[in-house]
Ligand binder design. Structure first.
Ligand code: ATP
Length: 312
């Protein structure tokens, strides 16, 4: 079952309608984004991306700097809107349905990526629920609800509020939902425990190491119980040892939670370690989606092959 589906998503930055149309025409004729930028001055964020993300999968978006990873993830909580295309999200799926019903989703072994995958793997032919809505059509109120109840984000530089204690940070999304202080702090305490930080609730973010701050960021994202977790280079600012610990912790949590996670990384090792499937972007185009072993065994082009070569 698909949870999120991008349909023909293109994003041309800073172009009006007619300028964007002429850029899209060049891209349709096969011009790459570097040449388009040179000829027109416009940046291509994404071009004609079709991607289905399944309910309960940890899906990595991978690519070099400037390939469109952040552009893609920012569309999913509508921090930006596309030039054209649709974004379908099944808003009837919640955390409970994910943790109880999505047990059938095939999982590759978290570290070896060698286990066979039994679900279909191209994703595009997977079913799109009739409950899916095009989130680009949400009005302001519905968008606010979508952001509060469906998607949570973990940021590269943690995004914690410096004047709030750890527990206030973690409970913030529940405060916005008007949950009582007592109830929201109980939930926050639970998630701080889950991420291995039981005794720091009264500390302030600047008293914590980077790894601890990102655990707080993760606890904050999980505390809202939203089914979709967006992680934008969430572990990239951490040193390698701490980064590996956070990756392990994410996999361990995901084993129990079965969230739908969209995980941006420019690091192929990280993508292969955490991703059940990986989508590879190049110059705003989606080159290939597959399990790590599919990408390794049947790379769509040299760009993918180069990434996967080190993994053979
Ligand atoms: N706000 C913006 N205005 C204009 N161009 C932009 C904007 N944001 C991104 N771009 C351009 O869109 C393209 C894709 O950028 P994006 O940030 O999505 O790539 P990325 O893969 O996330 O890169 P990085 O790994 O460096 O963060 C790049 O050419 C970038 O310069």
């Amino acid at each position: 079952m698909n949870h999120i589906q991008l349909e023909n998503i293109s994003k041309i930055y800073n172009a009006n309608e007619s300028q964007a149309q002429s850029v899209l025409k060049l891209l349709a004729d096969g011009m790459d984004s570097v040449a388009v930028k040179k000829q027109t001055g416009y940046s291509v964020g994404l071009y004609d991306v079709n991607l289905a993300i399944k309910a309960g999968e940890l899906h990595c978006i991978m690519g070099l700097s400037g390939s469109g990873k952040s552009t893609l993830i920012r569309h999913l909580n509508r921090l930006i809107d596309p030039t054209s295309g649709k974004i379908w999200v099944d808003t009837t799926i919640n955390s409970k349905t994910l943790s109880s019903k999505v047990q059938g989703i095939a999982k590759e072994n978290s570290s070896t990526a060698a286990a066979p995958v039994t679900a279909d793997t191209d994703g595009i032919n997977d079913t799109n629920s009739s409950d899916s809505i095009n989130i680009l059509e949400l009005d302001d109120k519905a968008l606010q609800q979508y952001r509060q109840n469906t998607v949570s984000m973990v940021f590269q530089h943690f995004g914690l509020m410096p004047h709030m204690t750890v527990i206030q940070n973690v409970a913030y999304g529940l405060r916005v939902r008007k949950m009582s202080v007592e109830a929201r702090h109980e939930v926050a305490r639970h998630w701080l425990n889950e991420v291995g930080l039981p005794n720091i609730e009264h500390s302030y973010p600047d008293e914590l190491s980077g790894g601890m701050q990102q655990r707080v960021g993760l606890a904050r994202a999980l505390a809202t119980d939203n089914p979709i977790l967006l992680m934008d280079e969430a572990f990239s600012a951490l040193d390698p040892l701490i980064r590996a610990q956070l990756q392990d912790q994410l996999l361990e949590l995901q084993d129990r939670l079965n969230k739908t996670i969209v995980f941006i990384t420019h690091d192929i090792d990280e993508a292969v370690k955490v991703g059940q499937r990986i989508s590879i972007l190049n110059g705003g185009r989606l080159v290939q989606t597959g399990t790590p072993s599919e990408l390794r065994d049947n790379p769509a082009d040299d760009y993918v092959a180069q990434f996967m070569r080190a993994k053979a």
